[in-house]
Every structure is written in structure tokens, then in C-alpha cells.
Design a binder for this molecule. Structure first.
Ligand code: COA
Length: 257
């Protein structure tokens, strides 16, 4: 299996598992990822997703380069479209995703992590968009999502130079939110996923949608969109429970409705 699946409580853990190729993404991995998402999207028991990589060396060292020699104008386009729609599915999934970057995170690994809601890294993690070293450019959203997260200055430096940055630099530029010792990383990611997954799920999904859609709108339109999501959240059972529980000074019991 190129992708391992595990459930821990309400958290689905997806582990990229091709250590012999530093967990590089090939067609099998992407197919297995699509199948895993099919299951997770339908599974009400899953509140959040954690992505990580097998071993201590790599999260994902990019697309599997052995697939590249035979790509041409048409096949490269179809390949990009398939992967982009998979990453978009992660980005727009109502269930939030956290990536635990446990080593090399390069090319498609960065692009996948940019489609997740929250990025955490181990101290030995290294990030890069090294496509330029192969004479190509990022094709799975890197030129667009990276600059939206870290700003155009760092995006240009990483994409044009192909040089890697370490975990502390990634933290400083906002590419990751937290850095942890390797041994503590997965536990932290799963703990955070459990906390978020245990919140009022419809509110989490609507907040995520407001942030995501608002990113591509002028501020005024984004705020109008937020108001629409805020109105929707008032129709949920969990809103009644959350507010009542606070006023009754007790813990809320959210049902995801
Ligand atoms: N695609 C396919 N195989 C890859 C890979 C990738 N993206 N990244 C690493 N591998 C393979 C290597 O070919 C090697 O296989 P081998 O043992 O059969 O020779 C194995 O993983 C270990 O990698 P290796 O290069 O020997 O490790 P290293 O510690 O010397 O270097 C990296 C690590 C990450 C710096 C180096 O592997 C690398 O530059 N990888 C390519 C990263 C890249 O360009 N990604 C973007 C692709 S668009």
C-alpha cells in the first residue's frame, strides 16, 4: 500500500508509504488517496484528517520523477488536472486537515500541504519547490497557493532558486504554524485534529468555507459571504446547544447537526 489508513478516535490518519522513494507521489499513491477521501468524506465518525509520511526522513519528496520522462503537452495537462482536483477536494472538504511534516517536504509535498488547513513540522523538516532544478515548474498549485500563504517574496525565492528552507525558516515565514521534536509531532497533530473534530462540525465547516472563499474576494464581498455563513450557523442544533451550555455553565455536547 502506498498510502496507509488508520483511525484514531474521530481522526483519520493518512500516511504516505513509499519510504524507498522518500514517499514520492506516484499514480498508485494518488489513486489510493482518492479512494481514501471517498471513504472519509462519507464517514460521519471522522471529524478531521491528519496527513504524514512513513519513517523519519520524509513527508513527501514531491511527485515521483520517474513518471516525468514520458509526459508531453497533453499527458502533462491531464496528470496536472487529476492531481489538482484531488488537492482541491482536500482544500474544500468540510472536514479539516492537518499535515504533520516529518522530514523532506518538496514539490508536490509542499503543494499537498498547502491544500491542508494547518501545517505542523518536525525539527528536521525541510521544505522546497525544487522543480526548477529539473528544468520544470510547480504544476500542482505551488505558484499560486504558496504566495497566498507566505507572500510573493518568499514564494519567488523558493520557486525560482529551488533551494530548500529548514523548519525554523518555514515557521518564521508562516509556512508552518508549529515545530516539534520528531517523536512528538504526530501526537500533537492528532491531538489538535481531535480538538477541532470535536467542535461543532457544521460551524467548523462553515468557518473553513468562509475563510477559503473569502480569500479570492474583495474584502467587502468576503464580509458579505461571512454574514451568509454566520446566518446559516444559526440554523444548526449545535449552535443552540453551544450557547445554552455556556449560559447553563456546563460542557456543550455537540452532535454535528
Ligand atoms: N521521485 C522519485 N524518486 C525519488 C524522489 C522523487 N521525487 N525523491 C527521492 N527519490 C528516491 C531517490 O531516487 C532514491 O532512490 P534510490 O535509492 O533507488 O536511488 C531514494 O528516493 C532516496 O533518495 P536519495 O536522493 O538517495 O536521498 P538523499 O538523502 O541523497 O537526497 C533529496 C534526498 C530529497 C534531496 C533527493 O532525493 C531529491 O532531491 N529528490 C528529488 C526532490 C524533487 O525534485 N522533488 C520534486 C519533484 S517535481
Amino acid at each position: 500500500m502506498a498510502l496507509l489508513q488508520e483511525r484514531r478516535g474521530s481522526v483519520a490518519i493518512l500516511t504516505f508509504n513509499r519510504p524507498e522513494a522518500l514517499n514520492a507521489l506516484n499514480q498508485d499513491t494518488l489513486r489510493e488517496l482518492a479512494d481514501a477521501l471517498d471513504g472519509i468524506e462519507k464517514d460521519d465518525a471522522v471529524g478531521a484528517i491528519v496527513f504524514t509520511g512513513t519513517g523519519e526522513r520524509a513527508f513527501v519528496a514531491g511527485a515521483d520523477i520517474s513518471q516525468f520522462p514520458n509526459l508531453d503537452l497533453w499527458t502533462s495537462g491531464a496528470f496536472a488536472e487529476r492531481t489538482l482536483s484531488l488537492f482541491r477536494r482536500i482544500e474544500t472538504c468540510p472536514k479539516p486537515s492537518i499535515v504533520a511534516v516529518n522530514g523532506f517536504c518538496l514539490g508536490g509535498g509542499v503543494e499537498l500541504s498547502l491544500s491542508c488547513d494547518i501545517r505542523l513540522a518536525s525539527e528536521n523538516a525541510r521544505f522546497g519547490q525544487p522543480e526548477i532544478n529539473l528544468g520544470i515548474i510547480p504544476g500542482w498549485g505551488g505558484t499560486q497557493r504558496l504566495q497566498r500563504l507566505v507572500g510573493p517574496g518568499w514564494a519567488r525565492q523558493m520557486i525560482l532558486s529551488g533551494d530548500m528552507i529548514d523548519a525554523q525558516t518555514a515557521l518564521r515565514i508562516g509556512l508552518v504554524n508549529e515545530v516539534h521534536p520528531q517523536a512528538a509531532l504526530l501526537e500533537r497533530a492528532v491531538g489538535l485534529a481531535e480538538r477541532i473534530g470535536g467542535r461543532a462540525r457544521k460551524a467548523v465547516a462553515l468557518a473553513k468555507q468562509a475563510i477559503l472563499r473569502g480569500q479570492d474576494m474583495p474584502l467587502e464581498d468576503g464580509i458579505k459571504y461571512e454574514t451568509a455563513m454566520w446566518q446559516l450557523v444559526f440554523e444548526t442544533e449545535d449552535r443552540k446547544e453551544g450557547v445554552t451550555a455556556f449560559l447553563e455553565k456546563r460542557e456543550a455536547k455537540f452532535q454535528g447537526r
